[in-house]
Design a protein around this ligand. Structure first.
Ligand code: ZN
Length: 138
């Protein structure tokens, strides 16, 4: 069995400020922080929801996966992220089950967080991200 929790839901938006006018101002959700991530070509707002959060993601370049996805879909629910504590073991289990992995090995962020995406073809139409925080942040 894989123990997992909902880490975040990512919603792709064309205009982060317009999206905040809905999610923050109209709906009334708190915004923890807004961050520019130039190396990933996105601007992200983090809206805590209990133990998990919503990420509003605005592409800032045209050459990223999320920007290409937006040019087809216009925006909307982009991926579901599950937090796990043993990412390698989960990836090995998935590979053994014939699941199509976009990242067969984890990608490591500057803060030590590791993640990998499962292709929507293998996850019934949903892009699924798996996420493991560094040991110090658990
Ligand atoms: Zn994510």
């Amino acid at each position: 069995m894989t123990e997992a929790r909902l880490e975040h839901l990512a919603i792709a938006v064309q205009d982060l400020d317009a999206a905040l006018a809905f999610y923050r101002d109209a709906l009334g959700l708190a915004v923890q922080r807004v961050e520019d991530v130039p190396q990933e070509g996105v601007r992200v707002a983090f809206l805590p929801l209990g133990e998990s959060h919503i990420e509003l993601v605005q592409p800032t370049r045209d050459d990223t996966g999320i920007a290409r996805w937006m040019s087809k879909h216009g925006g909307g629910m982009h991926h579901v992220c599950l937090g796990v504590s043993n990412l390698e073991a989960v990836l090995a289990r998935l590979a053994g089950a014939g699941v199509e992995l976009i990242n067969p090995t984890p990608v490591v962020r500057a803060d030590g967080t590791r993640y990998a995406f499962i292709h929507p073809r293998s996850a019934f139409g949903v892009l699924v991200e798996l996420y493991e925080k560094p040991a110090s942040a658990k």
